[in-house]
Design a protein around this ligand. Structure first.
Ligand SMILES: Cc1cc2nc3c(=O)[nH]c(=O)nc-3n(C[C@H](O)[C@H](O)[C@H](O)COP(=O)(O)OP(=O)(O)OC[C@H]3O[C@@H](n4cnc5c(N)ncnc54)[C@H](O)[C@@H]3O)c2cc1C
Length: 431
């Protein structure tokens, strides 16, 4: 890399947020340099595996037909795990089978390089294997970055460096980081034939399943498990709150949780005979709106996970659509600022306005209370255990005569659900 280059925009990180921003800026004719520390875009990126497309269609109207998407999800499962039993709710819907499909599983090792290629075709320069170490400042304004000892000047720097963003920290835009604002996920991609996947999940050709798990698999910690079917692989993983992990015994290892999860009878037959072909671990922002940093500064914008734009409601996990949309909105802001030749905070604050008007901050606002709600350990031990045990007792026929359903239910309710359950139920109405 040549010393003291100048480009119009430098983007730190070639994840979905950075690449989306680069794609739009380059398409509009701006000089864009994307710097990525990984060997190639996608090499350091982890997701569970499902991308919701409908919110994104207006941002990228022509992109999806040729995108390397895996399966369109037609079957949703939610499993509450007790210690020796579990309850699974399955939703199949004809609506999920209608084109254009509402969600697809994806693999980042395929998707990100493809998006990088699209951005490069528009004119963006993407430099992998290079880490941005610092920001360059002049009179309180960000004027570029330092990467691999080279200084690169820019009108605007876009921090797209993911959860735990060092650019946000260096720009002084972040709030104090708290362990409860982050979770950590461990994931395996397991190879199976596409026929085996369709047979095991009861899917037609090309269809996919998404399954979320909560309960005893995380040993009482805030978190859960996920399973997504790809064309000929399964993405399987666990996510646990960092706060909960810190309270666990020293030396506790996340991959042990994933290994036990794979041995559960609800999971083992689904992956039997499959070969793990990829293992990864990654941080997830879980703090929601309350933990977001300021998303603009003098000469700098913050997008995707770096801005804390992720949402886990327990039923739905989103982050990739937020990353792509925030990248596109940052690009729009930069194009407008460029016309005014004004990259001051007042000018770049337009980005926050655009985020607020979009599904991104509207979604995070709607679910503002969720992160606090999910910090309740009863959701991960008492309730899934009680639910699966109660149903097991209702279904069990032993030697003794069967009692009335209401008697079983009342006894189980008294045993498991005390005053705290009423409080928890009331909290549900707030989310
Ligand atoms: C286990 C797990 C499961 C998830 N499941 C889902 C799901 O099913 N659906 C969903 O929508 N979302 C999901 N998410 C969230 C989603 O993956 C993220 O929100 C999304 O990847 C964020 O994209 P991003 O571009 O902001 O960040 P990233 O994809 O993390 O990209 C950041 C990039 O910046 C690079 N970088 C970092 N620092 C530097 C530096 N100093 N110099 C140069 N480059 C740098 C990194 O190498 C990386 O490529 C999940 C996340 C995890 C971890």
């Amino acid at each position: 890399m040549a010393e003291a280059e100048k480009v119009e925009v430098v983007i730190v990180g070639a994840g979905l947020a950075g690449l989306a921003c680069a794609y739009h800026l380059a398409a509009a004719g701006l000089e864009v340099l994307v710097i990525e520390r990984g060997d190639f875009p996608g090499s350091k990126n982890v997701t569970g595996g499902r991308l919701y497309l409908h919110p994104l269609r207006s941002f990228f109207p022509h992109l999806w037909e040729e995108a390397p998407l895996e399966r369109h999800v037609t079957k949703e499962r939610l499993t509450a795990m007790g210690k020796g039993s579990s309850v699974t709710v399955e939703l199949s819907s004809e609506r999920f089978k209608e084109k254009p499909y509402h969600s697809h599983t994806i693999l980042r090792a395929k998707f990100d390089p493809w998006l990088a290629e699209r951005a490069a075709q528009k004119g963006a320069i993407i430099v992998p294997k290079s880490r941005v170490d610092d920001l360059l400042w002049q009179e309180g304004r960000v004027i570029g970055i330092v990467a691999s000892e080279a200084e690169i000047h820019a009108d605007v720097v876009v921090a797209a460096d993911g959860a735990f963003s060092f650019m946000v920290e260096k720009a002084g835009l972040g709030k104090r980081r708290k362990p409860q604002d982050y979770a950590v996920g461990a994931k395996e991609v397991i190879e199976l034939t596409s026929g085996a996947i369709e047979e095991r999940f009861g899917l037609s050709h090309g269809e996919g399943a998404a399954q979320l798990f909560f309960g005893s698999l995380t040993e009482g910690m805030f978190g859960g498990g996920f399973l997504y079917t790809n064309i000929d692989t399964i993405s399987l993983g666990v996510v646990v709150g960092i706060n909960a992990l810190m309270e666990k015994e020293p030396g506790f290892e996340l991959h042990r949780l994933l290994d036990s999860f794979k041995e559960r009878p609800e999971v083992k037959p689904l992956i039997e005979g499959g070969h793990p072909v990829e293992y990864s671990a990654h941080i997830v922002p879980e703090g929601g709106l309350e933990s977001m940093p300021q998303v603009y500064g003098h000469g700098i914008l913050v997008v995707g996970d770096a801005a804390g734009l992720a949402l886990n409601t327990g039923l739905i996990v989103r982050g990739m659509d937020f990353a792509l949309a925030s990248g596109a909105l940052a690009a729009q802001t930069i194009m407008e600022a460029k016309k005014r030749n004004d990259f001051s905070p007042a000018s770049l604050s337009r980005y926050e306005e655009l985020l607020k008007e979009s599904f991104v901050l509207k979604g995070l606002e709607t679910f503002r209370e969720v992160p606090r709600f999910l910090q309740n350990p009863r959701l991960f031990n008492l309730y899934p255990q009680a639910l699966s045990e109660s149903l097991e007792r209702l279904m069990w026929i032993g030697e003794e005569p069967k009692e009335k359903i209401s008697t079983t239910l009342w006894r189980e309710a008294r045993r498991a659900f005390r005053f705290s359950a009423v409080r928890d139920l009331l909290r549900v109405w707030r989310i």
